[in-house]
Design a protein around this ligand. Structure first.
Ligand code: HXC
Length: 513
């Protein structure tokens, strides 16, 4: 009988051939462009020697003749911080990392594996987009990847790392994932490139200005994390994963160590300025409540009037949403509402309890915001908080006015514990506006209107805009001393560990998009 088995020797020679692929030329092609190779990126991303490649020996579809294995993408699984993760890394040295049908099939295979096995997936993107020679087959490949991105959304964390070009429709796979990392100078993302922009609009631009890392990290909000080089970008991905569960039925990792309490909780009592219109840095409050050094900010340079990020409280991960009075007085606008809404939904999908630190004077007024749809965009945050079934706690540290008070996880929107500091001002609107409306006639008729106004404002603060009224009516569960905030939160989140919410059976809601 004929023995059809491939002799092992033949197999090892194939491995030698594969290893030989990664020669000096392979590395220098990328290094010349200031980029690392797919191989190096995988090594930096994963724990040492943990990566297992699959489909290493595939070749591109029939009409492309080559001796090179892999079809321009490395796929597989390994460990990051000791936990299993799937990944694919596009290899620009082979046909510009372009996506042909086999390349796409490899990516889809790891997407399917990650989803069915319940592990995060990371895509390292460096690609000229759809492989031109393969025509519609490469477009179909992208469609298959997008479809799987959507299927996996809310089931496993999906992370995209842009380390080179991501152009045309190819940007939509990253856009469907949970977090996007980009590297300055070498990464760019756009739907239409600078040449087409010039042709259609006669507008002069370049890749960096049109879709570089800083533009997406600060202006468009597309990128959540931006780093100077690939090494730090990949370290950033490793750090992010420390805060995430592997899937939607898992819980975020709890550190096993003596929790590092912040340096100076007493400082919390003196952060809020005496004058209500003086700004301060909300990060001072964040860092004096959460475990020392644990706060990991997301979208740091986009919509700075709201802060989002992960932190730990007594070693357990929380998602943090906080107004930032230092930027636009912490007002809510279109970008900040969207930024926070998407984050709240991520936390809810992945069992991450949410802490809200509130100091919000209201929504940003003006025709620009109104005409750009603040009504529907603001509603996203309202919807996201209200829908979230994870533990949700709000601490009002200063202003909580009007609709913005309601939005920021107020009691009747489903807040589980709602605390306020003695400095909280909870009311329909700020004192100035309220006094003008309520006492317009008296103020016009008064001979000393400034003095009268000051008195009326003081009365308003004393009798209406203080936290004790909300406390008496149960809209706030407790007015707490700032220095006790951490202790109160640890205890409240502990109480919420068994929180269970029955969900009404429906296909899905209709969040205002
Ligand atoms: C096939 C491609 C390719 C592609 C690059 N290459 N893009 N091969 N299909 N899409 C090949 C080049 O021919 C070249 O091969 C090698 O990759 C390296 O490319 P260079 O141009 O030399 O590199 P560089 O100067 O760094 O420029 C990179 C680039 C440029 C800006 C990405 O290659 C480029 O503009 N490519 C086309 C991008 C594009 O329009 N793609 C389609 C987008 S639309 P050799 O053999 O010379 O080394 C799209 C639709 C997705 O993707 C739809 C999803 C729904």
């Amino acid at each position: 009988m004929k023995d059809n088995r491939i002799p092992f020797q033949k197999y090892t020679s194939r491995q030698e051939q594969l290893a030989a692929q990664y020669n000096w030329e392979y590395f220098s092609k990328q290094h010349k462009k200031g980029k690392l190779t797919a191989k190096e990126r995988i090594e930096l991303l994963f724990d040492e020697n943990s990566f297992e490649e699959i489909d290493a020996f595939v070749k591109p579809s029939g009409n492309i003749k080559t001796n090179i294995y892999g079809d321009g993408v490395i796929c597989g699984h390994g460990k990051i911080n000791g936990r299993k993760v799937f990944a694919f890394a596009q290899d620009f040295t082979f046909m510009g990392g372009s996506l042909g049908s086999v390349h796409a099939a490899k990516i889809m295979k790891v997407q399917d594996m990650a989803l069915s096995m319940g592990h995060p997936i990371i895509g390292l993107i460096d690609s000229g987009g759809a492989r031109i020679q393969e025509g519609v087959a490469s477009l179909a490949g992208y469609a298959g990847i997008f479809h799987r991105n959507v299927k996996a959304s809310g089931v496993i964390p999906q992370i995209s790392v842009i380390l080179g070009p991501a152009a045309g429709g190819a940007v939509y796979s990253p856009a469907l994932t949970d977090f996007i990392f980009m590297t300055r100078q070498t990464a760019y993302m756009f739907v239409t490139g600078p040449e087409i922009v010039k042709e259609v609009l006669n507008e002069e631009t370049n890749s960096e200005d049109l879709g570089g890392a800083d533009i997406h990290g600060s202006k468009s909000g597309v990128a959540h994390f931006v780093y100077d080089d690939e090494e730090h970008t990949l370290l950033g991905v490793r750090k992010l994963l420390q805060y995430l569960p592997s899937n939607n039925v898992d819980f975020p990792p709890v550190l096993v160590q003596e929790a590092l309490a912040p340096n100076n909780p007493q400082k919390l009592g003196v952060i809020i300025p005496e004058e209500a219109n003086i700004p301060y840095d909300m990060l001072d409050i964040v860092n004096n409540i959460t475990d020392k050094g644990s706060f990991f900010e997301i979208s740091e340079n986009f919509a700075g009037n709201i802060i989002i990020g992960f932190a730990r409280l007594q070693n357990k991960v929380i998602g943090l949403v906080a107004n930032q009075p230092k930027v636009l007085a912490g007002v809510l606008d279109i970008n900040s509402a969207e930024k926070a809404a998407r984050f709240v939904r991520f936390c809810d999908a992945f069992n991450i309890p949410i802490l809200v630190l509130e100091d919000v004077p209201g929504f940003l007024p003006g025709s620009n915001q109104e005409h750009s749809g603040i009504i529907r965009h603001g509603a996203k945050l309202l919807y996201a908080f209200s829908e979230a079934s994870v533990p949700k706690i709000t601490v009002i540290v200063r202003k909580a006015y009007g609709g913005a008070y309601i939005v920021m996880n107020s009691k009747n929107m489903g807040g589980d514990f709602n605390f306020a500091w003695p400095t909280a001002e909870i009311a329909v609107m700020g004192p100035e506006g309220a006094v003008k409306i309520l006492h317009r006639k008296e103020l016009i008729q008064s001979k000393n209107s400034d003095e009268l106004k000051a008195k009326l404002i003081a009365d308003y603060k004393e009798n209406i805009a203080n936290p004790y009224i909300a406390d008496e009516k149960g809209y706030v569960d407790e007015v707490i001393e700032p220095a006790n905030t951490r202790k109160k939160l640890i205890s409240a989140f502990e109480a919420l560990e068994n929180k269970y919410m029955e969900k009404i059976a429906k296909k899905h809601g209709n969040i205002p998009l």
